[in-house]
Design a binder for this molecule. Sequence first.
Ligand code: UDX
Length: 471
Amino acid sequence: MNVCIIGTGYVGLTTGACLAYLGHQVSCIDTDAAKISRLRAGDVPIYEPYLQELLEIARPHIEFSTDYRSGLAAAEVVFIAVGTPPNPDGGPDLRYVCAAAEGIGEYYEGEFVVVVNKSTVPIGSGNWVESILRESFQRYRGRQANGRFAVASNPEFLREGTAIYDTLYPDRVVIGAENAHALEVLYTLYRPILDQSFTAPPFLTRPEEMSAVPLVSTDLSSAELVKYAANAFLALKISYINEIGRLAGKVGADILQVARGIGLDTRIGSRFLQPGVGWGGSCFGKDTAALLATASEYNLRMPIVQAARDVNRHQRDLVIERLLDELRILKGRTIGLLGLAFKPQTDDLRDAPAVEIVQKLIDRGARVKVHDPVAMNRFRQEQPQLAALRSATPEECVQFCDAVVLMTEWPQYLEMNWSQLATLMEKPLILDARYALDPVRVGRAGFRYTTLDRWNPAPARLAAATAGALA
Ligand code: UDX
């Protein structure tokens, strides 16, 4: 099929690369000319594992342009995948979605096209986009659009860092459409994924248990709500385990064992129960805020979603509280942060807890050193006002620090030579804000190990391990 994708961010580019890989003919449009020239030159402007490799294979089927007219010329499906950054009031800024819809209305010259909202838009936006398409078409063509545009909602559930995997091997595909023809078109588009009939890329083999992918076909508003409800649920799962983690610290329980103990109940599930500094990134904060904003338009309170947000905010404060507990005074201290990205395998710093913590530490008069395996450039470009010392290596970051905080659980940090790192600090202290390090191992390396809930499970684990060895 001929597909046009407007917006070449994480979602648009991944979707475009995957659809082109499946054999569709994809035209990606972005108003950012610099980005388009980089993409044309084969340069991928974001860090996303396997995206470059997939684009290389898909190259004969994908093109990049700033020109709506050429991109839309043969399109049977157009995806709107532009950014919806948060407004100060919590609702998403829909200006780019509006501009994309106006552009489609202005330049589309064919008889029928399905316009898909891939951006996360407030509930009810499907109808709104459709009216913009019609009005724009009429304004520029001087005649009615007459059923030329059918709007559908097709929310994405891809995680940064595993975006290609999530797109090719999804748990489900959700399509909200009120026009039967639009549903048919999208069914045909996604068929290779739904049937899993495509040849898996060599670097991302199909999971063994993978069979046909369920298609959830709904009306427009339901599909839009699915996206918000899914993200809010995942967010509150994280906040729930963090809340339990605080209690675990008080009663001397090991939150990781508690998480495992509850997660193995298949009704609960073990994913998204990793305690730590809480969620960041472009989705959970924005989507929970948007959900509350929509609810308030209907005079509805959503106390559970609100509580998830409050707990998440508090987890970030806990980092400072724990450092104060340990060091008493932060003024003049040197704190090293390992990891800046909101999670491993991405260079995305949107709503990254580490960025906020750098600011909080600087506000308290601390000297802050930072390191991240991939997000250093982005940090320099996006946060020029933050006077943190950027370290080229984790060792440089740790050296002469009063405390080190593990902010992002990059695998390379977990495998570091902690004994050698301990020699670089006068009193080696590590605050594991992701509960990702082995407390026994870093303890043996010479570090005082602590976590956000304060309890150090190392002695208990060491005792259990020793008892096991004796038995
Ligand atoms: C999320 C959703 O997972 C995805 O379906 C949606 O389309 C976009 O938003 P993403 O933001 O890329 O994806 O990251 P995700 O892997 O969900 O992690 C979000 C944040 O939660 C990260 O900061 C991560 O560190 C944190 N997290 C995740 C936890 O603190 N604990 C967990 O158990 C899981």
